[in-house]
Write a protein that binds this ligand. Structure first.
Ligand code: ATP
Ligand code: MG
Length: 246
């Protein structure tokens, strides 16, 4: 299951069952997906359809019940916890809905945390470019509690990008922001794809957010049921309605 250079993530027949016996939940029922490099892929679908489960498994934060996942050509489902942690650190960034910043570190320290943990320093040119891109120049010495939600999410995005990972997973990155701030965050994600060559997979409920994606995948009941490329907000909404009625 080698990922070639144009494909960052290759998942094959991934299933995930939570619990066992009569109360078991099959959150994923055989998902195969390839994530193309340098593109933004959106994942949509009703609540409970398995979006977060899929993101966690693709990012190596959870293991599938069966199936395979390769990141940058390396099968991750069979790695030991320490090898997986190392691979995540080098190849994967994650942006959560609720920012997940460390409260005692300032914005700049939060951004560089993935590198500090690995005993590394950011490439100065890239770091400056990143801080400029996320628009945090004068807030870098503030702690998360002194930042707005949008600023906190910008810190979280910069943190996900700082190690130049092969792929960034974002689970509803605008889900906890007002519409205007959400729009700014979407522009930032799009910018990072176009200007920094980043690969992003983003879960969203909003057609407006998915419309910035190169490709939209729809999950329903643990399966990918539809895929759109370069779709408009209107087409994305129509597909969502059809899937909700199916
Ligand atoms: N830790 C868990 N234990 C048991 N069941 C779980 C667990 N996590 C998720 N599930 C179940 O798995 C299914 C998929 O959940 P998941 O969180 O992936 O959905 P989602 O598409 O992200 O939904 P939402 O849009 O509400 O975030 C749901 O039925 C959920 O109840
Ligand atoms: Mg979810």
């Amino acid at each position: 299951m080698e990922a070639d250079n144009a494909t960052v993530v290759v998942a094959r027949e991934v299933t995930r069952r939570y619990g066992e016996g009569e109360t078991a939940v099959d959150a994923l029922r055989g998902v195969s997906v390839e994530v193309p490099r340098g593109k933004l892929t959106a994942v949509m679908g009703p609540s409970g359809s398995g979006k977060s489960t899929l993101m966690h498994i693709l990012a190596g934060l959870d293991k599938p019940t069966s199936g395979s996942v390769a990141i940058a050509g390396k099968e991750i489902t069979t790695l030991s916890d320490s090898d997986l942690t190392k691979l995540r650190r080098e190849h994967i960034g994650f942006v959560f809905q609720f920012f997940n910043l460390l409260p005692m570190l300032d914005a700049g320290e939060n951004i560089t945390l993935p590198l500090s943990i690995a005993g590394e320093k950011p490439d100065p040119g890239y770091y400056d470019q990143l801080v400029a891109a996320v628009g945090l120049g004068d807030r870098l010495s503030h702690r998360p509690a002194e930042l707005s939600g949008g600023q906190q999410q910008r810190v979280a995005i910069a943190r996900a990008l700082v190690s130049r990972p092969d792929v960034v997973f974002a689970d509803e990155p605008t889900g906890n922001l007002d519409s205007h701030t959400g729009h700014e965050i979407l522009e930032l994600l799009r910018h990072s794809v176009e200007q920094l060559g980043q690969t992003i997979v983003m879960v969203t409920h909003e057609a407006r957010a998915a419309a910035i994606a190169d490709r939209v995948l729809y999950l329903a009941d643990g399966l990918i049921v539809r895929e759109l490329a370069g779709a408009t907000q209107h087409e994305i909404n129509e597909a969502m309605e059809e899937i909700a009625q199916a």
